[in-house]
Write a protein that binds this ligand. Sequence first.
Ligand code: MTE
Ligand code: HPA
Ligand code: MOS
Length: 753
Amino acid sequence: MNSTKHIDGKLHATGKARFVRDIPKQEGMLYVYPVLSSIAKGEIIEIDFSDAINIENFVATLTYKDIPGQNDIGVMEKGEPVFPEKMIEYYGQPVCAVICRDYYSAIVCAKRVKVKYKEEKAILNLKEAIKHNTFFKPELMIKKGNVIKGFKNSDHIIEGEVHTPIQEHFYMEPQTCRVIPDENGFTVFPASQSPTEIQEILAAVLNMPINLVTVDIKRVGGGFGGKEHSPTLFAAICAIASHKTKKSVELRLLREDDIMATGKRHFIKATYRCGFTKDGKIKALEYNISANGGAYADLSIPVLERCVLNAENCYNIENFKLKAKAYKTNLHPFTAFRGFGGPQGTFFAEYIVERIAKKLKKDPFEVRLVNLYKNGDTTPYGQKIEECYLEHVFNKIKPTYLKWKKEVENFNKKNKYKKQGIGISPIKFGISFTTKGLNRGYALVILYPDGTVSVSHGGVEMGQEVSTRVASIVSLILGIEIEKIHIESVNTKRIANLPPTAASTAVDLNGNAALKASSILAKRLKRIAKMIFKERFSIDAATIELKNNKAIAGNYSIEIKEIINRGIWDREKMAEYQFYKTPHITGFNKETGTGKPFYYYVHGIAISLVETDMLTGGFRILKTKIIHELGRSLNREIEEGQISGAFIQGAGWLTMEEMVYSKGKPLSTSPSTYKIPTIADIPEEFDIEIFESHSKKASVFGTKGIGEPPFLYGHSVFFAIKNSIEEFTGKECNLMPPATPENILKAIEGEKE
Ligand code: MTE
Ligand code: HPA
Ligand code: MOS
C-alpha cells in the first residue's frame, strides 16, 4: 500500500512547480493593486486619484462603479462587498484599486491614492463587541442531560474564562490571481481552495452566466484555510479590472498587505462552569462561547459550529450545556484555518481537565482516563461514539509518559530556575463538512493509447499531496505505474460544482470518486484483455490481474496500452466521470443542536516535554511523542509530513505567534514581527507512530482524513509550559496562550492578564 512518491513535493523542491505568477505573461498584460483603507471604521468621503494617475505606467482606476453585477462576494452569508460603496469596516479593507502596466508601478500608484474618511468609533475587540451585542446569526446551542442536577452531584465546581489567540496563516504564496479574457468570458487562475466559489461569485459580480467563467487551479502555495474564502475578493478585483480593460490582468499582494487585509483564525473566548467528583469525573459542564468574527460573516458560523462540536473533545459528559455567538467587530474578517474552530473548542476542554487535575492534585493523565469516551457513549449533540480508539492510544503511550514523568521529577529536583513539564493532548476529530451538502467528490479518469492516464478531480493541491494520494489510488486499481498518471489542474470545465478543498476531506471525497472511475475502467480493460488472451493465446483467462502496466493471466501477459488501443478502436469508452457522496451523515441541525455530522472520528494522543527558563520566559521542546490513529496508512511519508507540520503549526499558534494591533491596524505583518516556528523549534526528540486501526468506518482504502486533526497535538506544548511554571511556583498559574516569554514571565509572577 505504501508508495513513497511525492508528485508535487519533487516539483516544489526542484523549483519546477508553477504557481499563478509563473504562468507565462500574456501580451499587454496589466497589473491591478488594491488601495487598502487606513482606518478601521468610517465613511468614505472622497477618493483622490490625482497624484496617483501621474505615474508613468498608469492605465485605469477601479471603484465599485465599475462592477457590472452584484457588489457582494459573501458565500455563507451575503453582505460582503468587493469595494464598499460607503462604509469602511476594517483596517486594510480594499477601498478601490488602480491598474498599471507593470507590477511595481501598480503598487506605488495604489499607495499614492488619497482617501478622505469620516472616521467613526470602531469595535476593535471581542469585549466591546459583546457589550454592543452585534453578532452574526444564528446563535448556536447544544444541550444534553441536566446541568443543574449535574452540579448538585458534584464534589467540586470550578469556573473561569479561557481564550485562544488569533493566528495568521503565513502561507508561502501571498494572495495572487490572473484573469485572461477570451471570446465570450474569461479564465481565472486564482490561488484558491474553492474553484466553484470563485466561478459562481465572479459570474455574479460580472453579471455573466456561470458557464462563461472558467476557473483553473494547478496548485496553491499553501492554504491552511486562508485560501478557502479570502481569495474570492482578490479574484473579483482582478476580474473587474480585466473586464474594464479587456486585457489579461494579474493581482499579487505584497506580504505586508496580505497579512494586513486577509482573514485569520478566530479569537474565541469561553466562560465555563464545570462540576466534578473527587475522583475527577466530570458531572456537568456549561459553556458560554464568544468568537471575534471580524467585519463580515465570512465562514464564522461554520467555524463556530465546529468549535462547539469539539468543546467536549474526548470526554463523555453526561450533563452539558453550551451557547455560542460570533460577534461582529471592525477587524479583518476571521476565516477558515486548519482545524476550523476545532482547535479552539478542544483547547477549552483540555484547559478545564488540566484545572481539575490541579485542583484534585491528581495526574492529568489519570483525570483524562476517568472521563474518556467509550464505544456506545453519545456526544452532547447526539452522535453515537463507535470504533473509538482513545483508550487504546492512552494505554499505548502510558509507559513513555511514566518514564518521562520520572525524568522530569528528577530534573526539577536538581534545577531551580529551569523547570520541565509534560503536556498531554488527546484528539477525537470528526471528519466531514458539518454542512452536509458539501460532502461530495468528483473524478474524471481518461486512458490514452500510449498507456498513460489523465486524472482530473475536485481536490486542490496546496502542499498536502492530494495529487499523489489520488494518483496512487488510480495506479493501484489500474495497475499502471504512478509515473504514467498525470494529475491535472482543477478546472471547472472538467470538474464542476465543487465544495472547497477543506475539512480534511479531499482524499475521502475525490479519492473515492477516482476509485469508482478507475474500478469501472479496470473492469472494462479486463473484459477486453480476456478477448485478446483468447484470440492470441487461445486461453480462457478466468482471472486477470492488472499490474506493472500489464494485464496478466497465469504465464501470459499483454501491455495495458494495447488493451486501451483495442478498446478505442472497438468503440469502447476509455474514460469515466464519477461522483461520490459521504454516506450516513445528517449534518448539524442548528435549531435543535443535534445531528450526526461526522462520518467517522480520527483519534490520537500527543505528549510533549518542555524545559522552561523561569528567568527569561524562554522554552525548548525537548521531546514529543505522537500516536496517531489512521484506519490504514496509504503513504506514510505524506502522513508523517502532515502530522509533523500540523503539530508544529499548532504549537506555534499557542506559544509564539502573536498578532498585535493598534487601533485595528495589524502591526505584525512580516516575518520579523510575526514569529512562526522554524526548524529550530522542532522537538529535539520527535517520535510519530501511526496506529492502523483497520476501522470499518473509514474512507478510501480504509484511510482517514489527515490534514487537520494533528494540529490539535500542538496543545500538548502549551500545557507542558503551563505545568513547568507550576512546578516552579508551586501553585496553579493563569497562563493563557500565546505562551510568549512576556506572558510566561507574567504567569510566573502571578499577574493577571
Ligand atoms: N498541508 C500543506 N502542506 N499545505 C496546506 O495548505 N492545508 C491543511 C491540510 N494540510 C494544508 C496542508 C488544511 S486546512 C486542510 S483542510 C487540508 O490540508 C486539506 O487537504 P486534504 O483534504 O487533502 O487533507
Ligand atoms: N470545514 C472547512 N470548511 C468548511 C466547513 C468545514 O466544516 N464547512 C464549510 N466550509
Ligand atoms: Mo482547512 S481550514 O478546512 O482549509
